[in-house]
Design a protein around this ligand. Structure first.
Ligand code: KG4
Ligand code: ZN
Length: 361
């Protein structure tokens, strides 16, 4: 099956084309025919966050150009289905992708498969772990994903622990009670005068601190780390950083690096402690890490260490597939298309707060 993927849930516009065959767990393999992303971060950098209407207009402008790039010519393509993100995310942005998919569906007379963005993150992490992110590459899935599989989803809008007792079934076991961890990275970056999205900038400063053995002389609180539940909270941590910044303003470059390092350590400590405890309690055999924050090198390295110690298989995507892209939507779309999940054109709609479910639907 050839699947076209379309992603417009936040500020990245993505279009991808894959050819996939086989069933999960037996003979599944896929080839990336094209995968392009237009990140709007420059546009949003000066505002320190995403402006939905600006993002929506940018998606509208980007989609025809990216599609042209992916198809490589004017001929009607041999595509079996169009997978499009229908949630969660910013609704004006989601609608842009959905409307575009529906137009193509009418024009080419092929079905649209709606995809949950978070399922896309889980599936791409689970299936591309251990590979290099090169396009035109054929993936023969070799790792044996073992269940129960615990997914930690960490992005700009989500921080969640989800248990799958089988492929494509999801039970929420923990989530953030306030800010998402990516949002905390972005807000702390802003306090340090760094552009949006802040995660990669914090990560760079923290790495500079570590490689020059620059230790922080202060400790940030590790929110909820000792509580028995699997929920998170990042807003108090953000406030602690703000107090520190206000007390020492203007910040020296050295203090900025110390704050970045201590903040990254704190985020990693909390994510690891909750995830490993959840894995133990639920007997997880694999841990999936997905979403934009899973691009963080320090967090990746710490999870690799912990999973090795615990004898649990770690599934984490190549860095480039951590952040939003349409390949993940095409992949999830393939498994959904196999189940013939094609709603009629009128029932397809954007749902900003869409959840994953445990029914296998
Ligand atoms: O999954 P994603 O691309 O978009 C959403 O669905 O939200 O995640 C974006 C988030 C942003 O908050 C960004 O700062 C964060 O991922 N991020 C990182 C890194 N790269 C991206 N956070 C920490 N370290 C990174 N290297
Ligand atoms: Zn995402």
């Amino acid at each position: 099956m050839k699947i076209l993927g379309i992603e417009t849930s936040a500020d990245d516009t993505g279009v991808a084309l894959i050819e996939a065959s086989g069933k999960f767990g037996t003979d599944f393999s896929f080839e990336i025919l094209a995968n392009v992303v237009d990140s709007q971060s420059d546009l949003h950098a000066k505002y320190g966050g995403i402006y939905p209407n600006l993002a929506k207009n940018k998606h509208k402008e980007n989609l025809p150009r990216l599609l042209q790039q992916v198809l490589g010519g004017p001929d009607a393509p041999q595509i079996d289905a169009i997978a499009v993100t229908h949630g969660p995310g910013l609704e004006p942005c989601l609608w842009t992708g959905i409307n575009f998919a529906q137009e193509l569906s009418k024009k080419w007379n092929i079905p649209v498969v709606p995809v949950n963005h978070m399922e896309g993150h889980i599936i791409i992490s689970a299936l591309t772990s251990g590979n290099d992110a090169i396009s035109n590459f054929k993936f023969q899935i070799s790792n044996e994903i073992q269940f129960p599989m615990l997914s930690l989803l960490i992005s700009g809008g989500h921080t969640e622990l989800i248990l799958s007792r089988e492929w494509m079934r999801y039970e929420y076991i923990g989530r953030t009670r306030d800010d998402a961890v990516g949002e905390a990275f972005d807000k702390v970056a802003r306090m340090l005068g760094l552009p949006y999205p802040g995660g990669p900038h914090i990560s760079r400063l923290a790495l500079e601190a570590r490689s020059s053995k620059l230790e922080a002389h202060f400790k940030l609180p590790r929110p909820m780390i000792h509580e028995k539940n699997f929920d998170f909270s990042f807003s108090g941590l953000k406030t602690s950083v703000l107090r520190m910044v206000e007390a020492h303003s203007p910040l020296s470059d050295e203090l900025k690096r110390q704050i970045a390092r201590e903040f990254e350590d704190t985020a990693a400590d909390v994510l690891i402690s909750k995830t490993m405890r959840a894995a133990e309690e639920h007997g997880a055999k694999s841990i999936v890490i997905g979403g934009g924050v899973s691009a963080n090198k320090h967090i990746r390295a710490r999870f690799a260490e912990e999973c090795e110690k615990a004898g649990i298989l770690l599934l984490i995507p190549p860095q480039e597939f951590s952040t939003d892209n349409a390949l993940m939507i095409a992949l999830a779309g393939y498994f959904r298309a196999q189940r013939k999940e094609f709603p009629d054109a009128h029932s397809l709609s954007a749902n900003g707060a869409l959840k994953l479910d445990n029914t296998g639907n």
